[in-house]
Design a protein around this ligand. Structure first.
Ligand code: 13P
Length: 249
């Protein structure tokens, strides 16, 4: 049985004081969750996460990582640097990075490989735009995005990957994929991974992201191939985030 994973993606939100308040509320109310829990914070706050979350049930991670190892890449943060702060996870290929920073499928694959080489678990995001869905291209798009990641990973590294299906039209819009729509894409993605490695495919966590909230989380998380959530807006409010964690139980 795959354990569920609920991960907050804070995006470019927060500050020292508000992060401390949020994490303190999450820690004090969390109890012993039956699912895995993590938050992905902006890079400057990874040290704060390490300080406040070490030894707790909440793991932490970054939101992006360089496709390069080290060197003259001003402004970039390497996987090894992220790992220095004991991060467990790093998101790669979020649609906001693809859209606003021109990240190609191939770049995302290289980032995933760098993350694994540094001992991090990449959460590789895939997802179609509204226009692509309406044109009937959903499977074609997510397959292309996933294959570019798989192409960069050695066979025995597949098991170290988390995939997140985030339909672009559902992110921050309040529109959610129906549980069945999401399930169909998740099953398709698992099938693609299974074509490469059936055993790894059965163990890989595939998260759903896109307006997951306390009121829709349980029905999404009940689907057989939905192994957790990548939560944006609702991860910024402790009560909402905790409600989603409980829905994953
Ligand atoms: P929202 O939950 O705000 O729609 O964001 C989803 C997301 O992009 C998580 O990575």
């Amino acid at each position: 049985m795959r354990r569920k994973l609920i991960t907050g993606n804070w995006k470019m939100n927060g500050g020292l004081a508000s992060n401390a308040a949020l994490l303190s509320a999450v820690k004090s109310e969390l109890g012993q969750p039956s699912c895995q829990v993590a938050v992905c914070a902006p890079a400057p706050y990874l040290a704060q996460c390490q300080q406040l979350l070490s030894g707790t049930q909440v793991a932490w991670g970054a939101q992006d990582v360089s496709a390069h190892d080290a060197g003259a890449y001003t402004g970039e943060v390497s996987a090894a640097m992220v790992k220095d702060f004991d991060c467990a996870y790093v998101i790669v290929g979020h649609s906001e990075r693809r859209a606003y920073h021109g990240e190609s499928d191939e770049t995302v694959g290289r980032k995933a490989a760098r993350a694994i080489a540094a001992g991090l678990i990449p959460i590789a995001c895939v997802g179609e735009t509204l226009a692509e869905r309406e044109a009937g291209q959903t499977e074609q798009v997510v397959q292309r995005q996933l294959d570019a990641v798989l192409a960069q990973l050695a066979g025995n590294d597949l098991a170290k990957l988390v995939v997140a299906y985030e339909p672009v039209w559902a992110i921050g819009t309040g529109k959610t994929a129906t549980p069945q729509m999401a399930q169909d894409v998740h099953a398709f993605l698992r099938g693609r991974i299974a074509a490469r490695d059936a055993q790894a495919a059965s163990g890989i966590q595939i998260l759903y992201g896109g307006s997951m909230k306390p009121d829709n989380a349980a029905e999404l998380l009940a689907m057989s191939d939905i192994d957790g959530g990548l939560i944006g807006g609702a991860a910024l409010k402790a009560t909402d985030f905790l409600a989603i964690v409980r829905a994953a139980a």
